[in-house]
Design a protein. Sequence first.
Length: 228
Amino acid sequence: MMITIQVLQVPAELPEAYWNLFLSRVSEERRGQASRFVHQADAYRSVLGEVLTRVTLSKLTGLRPEELSFTRNKYGKPALSQHADVQFNVSHSGDWIALISGGDADLGLDVEKIAPTDMKIAERFFSLTESQFLDAEPTEMQLETFYRLWTLKESYIKAVGMGLSMPLDSFSMIRNADGNWHSPEAAAYPFLSLRLDHGHMLAACSAGEALPTQPDIITIEELYQALL
């Protein structure tokens, strides 16, 4: 089973019929969470992230989307209750939701909205190698490089399944001469780093299996039709 990465752009507004159907297919916990968000965009990201996950994993398991249930390890990494061997990881930020799934290896994924950032954060969370690399980048490239490093590191700790209990400065991300990225401390892990658009960065990794070079774009209409 090949690894796939799917991305879904969050709309500014959903038709009421779509929203009602999506809400009916997620967990009661998720519906309660969505009702408490102050901003509708946060509710959309939360619910659509679960819907995309359910629709995709339904195809991998043969179960209906609403039949799937999820657990988390002590660090918060999600897994399927019925099929713990099915690999997936989900992330959302800003205008995008992303899901990686398939294969037999542990998977990690991170999406971040690019926003002005104090580069001193790198000194606190990045390894010395990464901080020096970031400092050496042209000023106009530092923000992009910061988010590439951040998302790559987040994807790795999510794949390992330890979350932020694994210090971000305990490993380094290195850019190869060909522009690809690797980590000396995780030599078996392939990594992917790309921009989803001018304002969002995505990174993914797996514990040894090849990653796709580009994500598949999923539409709201496709999700809606899959649930009918």
